[in-house]
Write a protein that binds this ligand. Structure first.
Ligand code: ZN
Length: 406
């Protein structure tokens, strides 16, 4: 089945049957001019910095710290028209908070995208259990629930869950589960007999080891997507080919920037995702540096979609800890190493700098001990490791995964 995002973007861009990757790119560059005019006129931050004669690659980047320093400088509509404000901590600082503004139509576009993207995963009459977010008006969970209701799907937001048993209890009759990768892995290794038809891994970076394991254990279809709080959570989504994410091309331009040179990378090269909004009304963002790592895929998806395609998200730049020249360690690398072991249900990791080596401390929740010598072979030689075994239920301490630096 061709990704339903394809026809949605074809309709939104009015390219209809003429939608091809190059026609889409040309349409985006034309649209960009009006976005630059809109931002330069209405947003104090962009006033005098940009003009519509500038090419995309010549426009300055917008940094998360810019947003944290003065969020109201980005607001392009009167405050009375703001329908939702999301407040987020800015990584690296303790005091500055990013505020993200959305108008009613910004939220409507996100909900439309959710309806379109979820229609690959669930059918009318089926039931979705949303294991992330909360029931507050315009929260991620509420928007997702509304968008599912639009396509005839019953959705329930779990709200506060305190342990894996509660998560299993609320999820046992659902056709589709939406949850964080490490939490759903823990559920699948605790209750391997559950049989959801599909799951969507959300709200954190998704290791391949988790996709493979959950798919095998629950015999279900595993979908991924790319979301970002600054862009209303929905940016690109998987199709049933599971080979890259179809971008919301009518609403955003995606670039990949070489992490070292800060110049646009070649197609297929790994770099930082940089996004320019094309339709955001409350807060247009121009070349916003997301801090996420991925690549733009060049071949056409087997589903037949003509949309631009983003590879899987391969981590966050800020999570990579330098161990030695050319060697880094991150929680995502550890997730790939440890979750590939079918005995490991969960783990927490912290690292400290010892006299001669970095010391990696792992608390592992496993059905039986792991092969330590095999793990050591995967780790940089500058890292020593100690392991203790304990219960590490991710539902008792719900958060995005981090390698704690102690
Ligand atoms: Zn596809």
């Amino acid at each position: 089945m061709i990704s339903p995002v394809n026809s949605w973007v074809a309709q939104k861009s009015e390219l209809a049957d003429n939608l091809t990757p190059s026609a889409l790119a040309m349409w985006q560059m034309e649209k960009l001019k009006s976005v630059i005019d809109y931002a330069a006129t209405n947003s104090q931050f962009y006033r005098g910095k940009i003009n519509s004669s500038m090419k995309l690659v010549d426009l300055p980047f917008t940094l998360p710290t810019d947003l944290a320093c003065d969020p109201y400088a980005f607001l392009a509509i009167p405050q009375s028209r703001v329908a939702r404000i999301t407040t987020l901590a800015n990584s690296g600082t303790t005091t500055l908070k990013k505020r993200i503004f959305f108008s009613k139509s910004d939220l409507e576009r996100t909900k439309e995208f959710f309806s379109v993207g979820m229609s690959t995963m669930v059918r009318k009459g089926e039931r979705v259990q949303i294991l992330i977010s909360n029931k507050t008006e315009n929260s991620l969970g509420s928007m997702l629930k509304e968008s599912l209701t639009q396509i005839g799907v019953v959705a329930e937001i779990s709200g506060a869950i305190r342990n894996v048993r509660e998560a299993i209890e609320v999820s046992k009759d659902a056709d589709c589960l939406v949850g964080m990768p490490a939490e759903l892995l823990y559920m699948s290794r605790t209750a391997p007999d559950m049989r959801p038809k599909s799951i969507l891994l959300a709200a954190d970076i998704v290791p391949k080891s988790i996709i493979n394991s959950v798919k095998e254990t629950w015999k279900c279809n595993v979908f991924t997507h790319y979301g970002h709080s600054e862009f209303g959570y929905g940016l690109a989504v998987d199709c049933d080919q599971h080979d890259g994410l179809h971008q919301r091309d009518a609403d955003n331009i995606f670039e990949i920037i070489d992490i070292t040179t800060q110049k646009p990378g070649m197609p297929g090269e790994v770099g930082e995702i940089v996004i320019t909004t094309l339709t955001n009304e409350a807060m247009p963002l121009i070349r916003y540096k997301t801090g996420h790592i991925s690549r733009l895929l060049t071949e056409q998806c087997k589903c037949g979609s003509q949309l631009h395609r983003l590879g899987n998200i391969e981590g966050r730049i800020s999570d990579k800890m330098t161990i030695a020249e050319g060697k880094t360690l991150s929680i995502h690398q550890l997730d790939e190493m440890l979750f590939a072991d079918s005995f490991v249900r969960g783990f927490e990791a912290s690292i400290s700098k010892g006299k001669d080596k970095f010391e990696l401390h792992l608390t592992i929740d496993a059905i039986q001990s792991i092969d330590l010598s095999a793990l050591k072979l995967l780790l940089p030689e500058e890292v020593s490791v100690d392991i203790k075994y304990d219960t590490v239920d991710p539902f008792t301490n719900r958060r995005k995964r981090r390698l704690i630096i102690s």
